[in-house]
Ligand binder design. Structure first.
Ligand code: HEM
Length: 560
C-alpha cells in the first residue's frame, strides 16, 4: 500500500519519511540537525526528506521514547488506515479516488459544489457494474444502482434493511421522533399508525385545500406576468408548497403570496438550513461524529422547534375544545390517536404524544417542501423546453374539464399524460438522488462476495439507475411516452423509483403527486410556459440534500 500524506516543509515543523511499503516515520525539526552528513540517497527507501534548501540532514540525539512513541503512532495510523480503507477492496468492490481520514467526503470539504463529486459517484457506479464502494470519512457505504439488487434490499429482504441511519442520535432532538428517523419496532408501529392518514380516501379530503392554494398560485402568476412574463417560478412554487403544507400539516393559513415572509416561512427556512454548505457539514458531523456534534451543540433543537411546538399545541387545544375539523393531517393524526387509543405501545412508550405529532408535522415540512416545489419546477421547465408535449398535456386537461365541468380529484389523479410528464421529470431529476438504508441483520448480497455487517450503510442511486442506458433508450431525453400505460412492459422493475420502493418508500407519495398535479394542471389551463432567455438550462443549487434549482430560476408565463 502506498500512502500519500500531506507533509509540511521541514523548516516549519514536521518532516514525513515514507520508507518501504507504507511505513511512515515522522520526525520533528528539533530532532534533525543539519550537519551535512546524510542525504536521501544514504537512507535506502526514504521517499521524502524535506528541508528548505539543505541537501543533507542528520538525525541526532533523538530521545528513544519520542522515537518509539512516534513509531507507535505512525504504525497505528497505518494499521487504522489499512483496516478502514480496505473494507471494500477486500470484497471485490471498486472504489474511486479517496483521501485517508476524509474518504470520499472531500467533495463536501473541497469542491465548490456537491454535484460534481456526486455526479462522478453516480457515473462510476454505472461504470463499475452497479456497485461502488464509498467512505464517508471512515465509514464504509455501498452505493448501488443494480435494479435486481435494489429489489432484494428494498422489498424481498427488507427485514435486513429496515432502518435509515439516524439524522441525530440525540433523543432530546425532536427529529429523533420523526417517522423518517425512528428505527426497528418503533418505526413499524409508527408507520402502521400513519399509513391510513395517507390513504387515497384521506388525501381526497385535502384536495380542496390544495386547490385553493393552487388557485392563489395561478392568480399571483398571472398578476405578476402582466408586468413581466419572466417569473421566478422556483419562488412561486415554493410559496404554493409552503401554503399547502402550512394548511395540510399545521392547520394554519400561511398566505405566503400575500404577506412578505410570514413568521411561519422564516421559521420553516431554519428547518431547511440543510440546503447550504454549513447545513450539509453539520448533517455529516451529526451522522458520522455524533459525540463531536453534541460537544459543538449542533445536535440540539433550534428556536424554530419551539415556534412549531406552540403552533401545533395551540391548534390541538383549539380543535379539541371546539370539535372543529378541517380534514388535514393534524386532524387525521388526532383522529387516529383517539380511535386506536394508541397513546402507548406494548412497551409503554408514547407513540402519538404531542411531541410525536409535532415531529411528524416538522417532517412533512422538511420532506415535503423541496421535493414538491422542485418537481413542479423541473416538470414546468421541461414542458417549456418541449412545447409540443406541453400542448398535448393542455389538450388532455381541457378535455377533462370539458367532461367534468371542473378539475376533480379523480380526473386529475387518473389523467394519463399528466402522470407520464411528471414521471418523466422525476426520472430525469429525482429530488432524492440517493437514498440510504442501514443493514440491520448480516447480509450477503447474492451472487457477490459482498458481506454487509449490522450498521453498514447502503445507498441506492436513483439518479444512476434512472439514467442508465441499459434500461432507458436515449436516457437524457424528455420522452413522457415511455410512461404511458401501453409502454409499461418496457420498464425494468426497480429502474424507476423516485419515491423509493418497498415498505419504507415515501409514505406521502399520493399527497405529493396530488400537489404537483393540481398546481401544474391549473397553471397550464390558464397559461403557456416558455423558456426564459438566460434560463434555458436547469441550474442546481450547489449545496442541498434534495436536488433543488437555484434561486431566481425563471420561466416565462403568458396568459392564454
Ligand atoms: C414529489 C414529491 C416527493 C418525492 C419525490 C419524495 C421522495 C421520497 C423518497 C425517495 C423517500 C425515501 C424512500 C426510501 O427510503 O426508499 C421519501 C420518504 C418519505 N417522504 Fe417523501 N417525497 C415526496 C413528497 C413528500 C411529501 C409531500 C411528504 C409529506 C407530506 C413526504 C414525506 C415523506 C416521509 C415522512 C418519508 C419517510 C417515510 C418512512 O421512513 O417511513 N414526502 N420520500
Amino acid at each position: 500500500m502506498s500512502v500519500a500524506f500531506p507533509v509540511s516543509n521541514g523548516a516549519t515543523g514536521m518532516i514525513g519519511l515514507v520508507t518501504g511499503e507504507g511505513v511512515l516515520i515522522v520526525l520533528y525539526r528539533g530532532c534533525v540537525e543539519r550537519e551535512g552528513l546524510y542525504s536521501s540517497a544514504e537512507l535506502p527507501g526514504v521517499a521524502f526528506i524535506i528541508t528548505r534548501g539543505e541537501k543533507n540532514s542528520k538525525i541526532k540525539k533523538m530521545d528513544p521514547w519520542v522515537l518509539l512513541a512516534t513509531l507507535v503512532v505512525v504504525l497505528l495510523s497505518v494499521w487504522y488506515i489499512k483496516s478502514r480503507y480496505t473494507h471494500w477492496s477486500s470484497m471485490g468492490v471498486r472504489t474511486g479516488f479517496f483521501l485517508p481520514f476524509v474518504g470520499h467526503s472531500f467533495g463536501v470539504l473541497f469542491c465548490k459544489d456537491m454535484w460534481t463529486p456526486m455526479e462522478m459517484g453516480h457515473k462510476l457506479c454505472i461504470e463499475f457494474g452497479g456497485f461502488y464502494g464509498v467512505y464517508q470519512f471512515t465509514k464504509p457505504q455501498l452505493l448501488i444502482s443494480e435494479p435486481d439488487i435494489m429489489k432484494l434490499i428494498l422489498i424481498k429482504d427488507f427485514d435486513h434493511f429496515t432502518d435509515r441511519p439516524a439524522l441525530t442520535s440525540d433523543k432530546d432532538n425532536i427529529t429523533s421522533h420523526s417517522i423518517g428517523n425512528v428505527t426497528g419496532e418503533e418505526w413499524k408501529i409508527l408507520r402502521a399508525i400513519m399509513s391510513p392518514t395517507f390513504s387515497s380516501g384521506k388525501i381526497k379530503r385535502m384536495f380542496s385545500l390544495v386547490c385553493q392554494n393552487a388557485d392563489t398560485l395561478v392568480t399571483s402568476c398571472l398578476h405578476q406576468a402582466s408586468k413581466n412574463p419572466a417569473l421566478d417560478m422556483k419562488d412561486m412554487f415554493g410559496r404554493f408548497t409552503m401554503d399547502s403544507i402550512a394548511s395540510c400539516a399545521f392547520g394554519i393559513d400561511c398566505s405566503s403570496f400575500v404577506r412578505e415572509k410570514p413568521e411561519f416561512v422564516q421559521m420553516a427556512e431554519k428547518v431547511f438550513g440543510l440546503s447550504s454548505f454549513s447545513g450539509m457539514l453539520k448533517l455529516i458531523i451529526r451522522m458520522s461524529l455524533p459525540r463531536l456534534a453534541r460537544a459543538l451543540g449542533i445536535s440540539r433543537d433550534g428556536p424554530e422547534v419551539d415556534f412549531f411546538r406552540n403552533v401545533v399545541e395551540e391548534t390541538i387545544r383549539t380543535r379539541e375544545e371546539s370539535g372543529q375539523c378541517r380534514g388535514d393531517f393534524l386532524d387525521l393524526m388526532l383522529e387516529t390517536r383517539h380511535q386506536n387509543n394508541t397513546t402507548t405501545t406494548g412497551k409503554g412508550k408514547a407513540v402519538l404524544s404531542n411531541d410525536v405529532v409535532l415531529a411528524q408535522c416538522i417532517t412533512f415540512l422538511s420532506a415535503g417542501f423541496d421535493t414538491v416545489s422542485s418537481t413542479l419546477y423541473f416538470v414546468s421547465h421541461l414542458l417549456a423546453q418541449h412545447p409540443d408535449q406541453q400542448h398535448r398535456l393542455r389538450q388532455e386537461l381541457e378535455a377533462l374539464v370539458e367532461e367534468e365541468g371542473q378539475l376533480t380529484y379523480q380526473g386529475v389523479m387518473e389523467a394519463k399524460f399528466l402522470q407520464a410528464c411528471i414521471n418523466e421529470a422525476l426520472r430525469l431529476y429525482p429530488p432524492a438522488m440517493t437514498t440510504v438504508r442501514t443493514c440491520t441483520k448480516p447480509y450477503q448480497i447474492p451472487g457477490t462476495q459482498i458481506r454487509l455487517r449490522v450498521g453498514d450503510e447502503v445507498l441506492y442511486s436513483t439518479r444512476a439507475v434512472q439514467r442508465d442506458p441499459r434500461f432507458w433508450q436515449h436516457p437524457d431525453k424528455f420522452q413522457p411516452d415511455r410512461f404511458l400505460p401501453h409502454n409499461n412492459h418496457l420498464i425494468t422493475p426497480c429502474s424507476f423509483l423516485p419515491f423509493g420502493m418497498g415498505p419504507r418508500n415515501c409514505i406521502a407519495m399520493r399527497f405529493g403527486l396530488m400537489e404537483v398535479k393540481v398546481a401544474l394542471s391549473k397553471l397550464l389551463l390558464k397559461s403557456e410556459l416558455k423558456l426564459s432567455p438566460g434560463h434555458e438550462n436547469i441550474q442546481m443549487k450547489n449545496w442541498s440534500i434534495i436536488a433543488t434549482p437555484v434561486s431566481e430560476s425563471r420561466i416565462d408565463v403568458t396568459p392564454i
